[in-house]
Design a protein. Structure first.
Length: 595
């Protein structure tokens, strides 16, 4: 027992010594810990100092919603180096074949840095991306019209005096973007200047208006063209500014007095309107007599109004409606007053002759046989068809639910002081005059010089679906002092840029052609898949030119439309002119129900 206790007592100091050694090790570790932490912090600070710019740029570039704004903010602050880093890291973050905005931002920064060649390479990449960025990864045409890149290219070309190339990119940008929105506000000034310089004033007015100094510097053709645009958009205040200038130029008295008369009508200055519209009619303006009659009617001068309406020239778009107004006013006169205005008594006979003349002059377009209102003839004014503004068009419809002869000789809805659609029913014939806009940009063709490198608003698929046509594929030729036409000398398909399809409207496609070609259209759904394709029918030959026209109501599945010009094999040179695609509002059945 004693020995056992002694052994145990001997072990106790060993245990105590072992514990003392362990405490000593822990003290050493605690002593070294501050130095270790200090080293880690120093390394972190060192890496942060040297890596922060790269990390910050990478963070800015990594967010698809932010890298564009951050690069723009850096350029606005004058920090091009930082903007370049953001743009470059964005290209590393996103595959370039899936996000056209990455190339666009990089191109813009490179332009700001003076690297034009590299910038154009990036911008052209942006408009040639062919695959969608998410399943099913199908080929898509929309990036080809990618507005941010197209607008940047257009601005660059305009600043380098390449006006046609600038407008071509601007027109392609219009396909899937509302360029007049605040989103593209930074480009509005250059858009206005480019379109105005090319004389495309309807386009230019979307982004601004000319100053007095700018109007004073325009030639006669420029002033007249703006006047036509003002009439189409009913901007009579600007028309009043133009009229004073036109009066000072030889040969424009009729146009000037007509504009002044319409302006006075909107201001309810009837006496002044009578004076100017009388002067316009006396100088040969075709529409002046109709609106003179409207002014006289409003002023209570019924007999004089009848005489004015009857002065509207035969074959004019307003002639049928002028005859209808003359007849309606004549029926409200007394017997003695009718005797003094006997010529108005045969207004219905004259109206029938006008309708018969319209049928003889125009072949019926194609139509859906199940429609109630069938378009059988279309007339435009003597002025050439243009996309530069709205212009009047006369449509003769056949009402398939009305008898050929009606007990009521005439029904009309005519607001002569406004440019609202005019409606007139005579038996089963319905005449409608409305102001329309050519949805394809043919005005550019009219104003192009010979041999341009591009035709704004059109693409060629012969060489590459997404590439603009080469210069030798087309030629602009002159046909009179103010008209050019497109001449194509190889087999190809030309397409206008797509336009949004409206619901519950009809589409009229028309144009003239010389040679073995086709004028047609394609309708596409929201995925850009072609769901309808056809050429137009109903041809009327006039000399060497062939007029073609077709009509079809809008379908629910249509998302966009575009015009197709085709060249047959071995056709040689084919000429196209005055191609137009316009939206028509079909007559309202409820209006006829109350008549």
């Amino acid at each position: 027992m004693w020995r056992r206790r002694r052994q145990i007592r001997r072990k106790e100091p060993e245990v105590e010594e072992s514990g003392a050694d362990n405490m000593s090790t822990q003290d050493k570790q605690l002593t070294a810990l501050p130095f270790l932490l200090a080293g880690i912090v120093a390394a972190f600070l060192l890496s942060f100092v040297y890596g922060y710019p790269r990390l910050f740029a990478l963070i800015e570039a990594s967010n698809a919603e932010n890298f564009e704004r951050n690069a723009a903010d850096a350029m606005a602050a004058g920090d091009l180096r930082r903007a370049l880093k953001i743009a470059r890291y964005a290209t590393e973050t996103y595959p370039l074949n899936k996000n056209p905005m990455v190339c666009t931002v990089y191109g813009r920064v490179l332009l700001a840095c003076g690297e034009d060649a590299q910038a154009l390479e990036q911008l052209n990449k942006a408009v040639n991306i062919r695959m969608e960025y998410k399943p099913p990864y199908r080929e898509t045409r929309k990036p080809f019209y990618f507005a941010p890149a197209r607008l940047t290219l257009g601005k660059y070309y305009f600043e380098h005096n390449k006006l046609i190339d600038a407008i071509d990119n601007f027109e392609l940008a219009r396909a899937y973007a509302a360029l007049d929105s605040a989103e593209y506000g930074e480009f509005h000034a250059v858009l206005y200047r480019a379109y105005a310089k090319q004389g495309l004033w309807a386009r230019a007015f979307e982004f601004g208006e000319p100053s007095d100094q700018e109007l004073d510097g325009l030639d006669n053709q420029g002033l007249e063209r703006i006047a036509d645009v003002c009439e189409g958009k009913q901007d009579w205040k600007l028309a009043d500014r133009l009229a004073g200038r036109l009066l000072k130029r030889e040969g424009f008295a009729a146009k000037a007095h007509y504009l002044l008369g319409r302006f006075h009508l909107t201001q309810e200055q009837v006496e002044a309107a009578e004076t100017d519209l009388e002067a316009a009619a006396a100088n040969g303006h075709p529409y002046a007599a109709f609106f003179l009659g409207a002014a006289l009617e409003e002023n209570g001068k019924q007999a004089l109004a009848i005489q004015a309406f009857l002065r509207t020239p035969s074959g004019d778009l307003f002639r049928p409606f002028a005859l209808a107004k003359a007849w309606e006013l004549w029926t409200n006169l007394t017997e003695d007053e009718r005797a003094s205005a006997a010529t108005a008594g045969d207004a219905l006979e004259q109206l029938d002759r006008e309708i018969a003349g319209i049928r003889l002059l125009k072949r019926p377009p194609v139509y859906d046989k199940y429609l109630r209102f069938v378009p059988v003839a279309v007339m435009t004014s003597e002025a050439r068809v243009s996309s530069d503004g709205r212009f009047p068009i006369l449509v003769l419809w056949e009402d398939k639910q009305s008898p050929a002869t009606d007990s009521k000789p005439l029904s009309s809805s005519i607001h002569a002081q406004q440019d609202a659609p005019l409606l007139l029913r005579r038996n089963n014939n319905v005449l409608q005059l409305q102001w329309v806009e050519n949805r394809v940009n043919w005005a550019s063709v009219d104003s192009l010089p010979a041999g341009p490198t591009a035709v704004p608003g059109w693409i060629d698929t012969a060489r590459d679906w997404f590439g603009l046509r080469p210069g030798y594929a087309e030629e602009i030729q002159e046909d009179g002092p103010r008209n050019s036409f497109l001449s194509i000398a190889k087999r190809t398909w030309f397409y206008s840029v797509p336009i949004p399809a409206r619901k519950k409207v009809g589409y009229l496609l028309a144009g003239r052609m010389k040679g073995k070609g086709t004028v047609g259209w394609q309708c596409m759904d929201e995925t850009d898949r072609v769901i309808f394709e056809n050429g137009v029918f109903g041809q009327e030959k006039s000399g060497a030119w062939t007029w073609q026209a077709a009509y079809m109501p809008s379908q629910l599945q249509w998302d966009t439309l575009r015009v197709q010009l085709g060249i047959m094999p071995h056709a040689g040179t084919v000429d196209f002119d005055e191609v137009m695609l316009v939206e028509l509002d079909e007559p309202d059945p409820e209006w006829f129900a109350g008549k």
